[in-house]
Design a protein around this ligand. Structure first.
Ligand code: C2E
Ligand code: MG
Ligand code: MG
Ligand code: MG
Length: 290
């Protein structure tokens, strides 16, 4: 099963009178998350990624949101940590993968994006390392008609984002999974770069294509000498290793100009656009009717 079976749900609903209010809320959220996976309560929003030199969109990042009944739109920071504790990340990651493949296929088939357009999705290392991740992707590509079984398809323009802190922990099977993805033409971005402790050796050995500079260094970079030096070093590292440097969380013209001066290639942030629902994103960037 992709997610916890009904019997597991009963197992987690056991109420202990000694439980604090917060523990109880978390338990309710776990049960609600299992239902949400069954009932398709999730939605992907899309934030465009720009080439800073010409300010043209080159792709976008899919970010998950939860329409939780009675709670409105719930952001990932408010449910992913609980989902992780409940062992639900593989199910959420696969749901996101399946939806993202369907969206990218629609955009490619309709000619709304060119072959160099990249759709980026966030995944967790342990989900990727599961034996069948690549098989799931392969099956989805067949389902949307991008390829036939056992056939080598043209690059699909999909990128996986893994946070740097996950690379510091050696997830068994993750390296093998990433090598397999590379053979399938999947790009790999290291998310929140600069906040983790990935070794340069590991970085060199992995099929990395992009370093996403964490927003904490980008915010106020024009006035913060330390942040500027860190970003400069990351861009230098990216150039040396042949990776694309991408700045996250660009919120001001001043930050943008500093990044351009430092030679940062790509960026995303509220200055350009917030993450948007699919129909709004398509209307704005592809000129389709909303
Ligand atoms: P992330 O992958 O680093 O995504 C960037 C986050 O920063 C997003 O928050 C985005 O909405 C926000 N953001 C973008 N531009 C700006 C800006 O200019 N200023 C500020 N202040 N924020 C900006 P969001 O959507 O709340 O996602 C938070 C985190 O949750 C993501 O960080 C990612 O680690 C995780 N996440 C989101 N969707 C998924 C998913 O589908 N699967 C997994 N495994 N994780 C996800
Ligand atoms: Mg990300
Ligand atoms: Mg990030
Ligand atoms: Mg982040």
């Amino acid at each position: 099963a992709m997610y916890a079976a009904k019997s597991d749900r009963q197992a987690v609903t056991i109420y202990e009178p000694s439980m604090g209010a917060e523990a109880l809320r978390e338990l309710e959220t776990r049960v609600a998350l299992i239902n949400a996976l069954e009932n398709d309560e999730f939605e992907l929003h899309f934030q465009p990624i720009f080439a800073l030199a010409d300010k043209r969109p080159r792709g976008c990042e899919a970010l998950v949101r939860w329409h939780r009944p009675g709670h409105g739109l719930v952001m990932p920071g408010d449910f992913l940590p609980i989902a992780a504790k409940a062992g639900l990340m593989p199910a959420i990651d696969r749901m996101v993968l399946r939806r993202a493949v369907a969206v990218q296929a629609r955009w490619r088939w309709a000619g709304l994006v060119h072959a160099d357009w990249t759709l980026s999705i966030n995944q967790t290392a342990s989900s990727l390392a599961a034996q069948d991740w690549a098989d799931v992707l392969d099956a989805e590509l067949v389902r949307v008609g991008w390829k036939t079984t056992n056939d080598v398809a043209p690059p699909f323009g999909l990128q996986i984002e893994l946070t740097e802190d996950q690379l510091a922990i050696d997830v068994p099977g993750a390296m093998e999974a990433l090598q397999r993805l590379r053979k399938m033409g999947i790009a790999l971005a290291i998310d929140d770069f600069g906040t983790g402790y990935s070794s340069l050796t590991y970085l060199r050995r992995m099929p990395v294509t992009t370093l996403k500079i964490d927003a904490s260094f980008v915010r106020g970079i024009e006035a913060d000498g330390d942040a500027r030096q860190i970003v400069e070093a990351i861009i230098g590292l990216a150039k040396k290793f042949g990776f694309v440097a991408l700045a996250e969380g660009i919120e001001s013209e001043a930050a943008l100009q500093t990044l351009i001066d430092l030679g940062c290639e790509h960026g995303q942030g509220y200055l350009f656009e917030r993450p948007l629902p699919q129909a709004v994103f398509e209307a704005r960037f592809f000129g389709t009717a909303p």
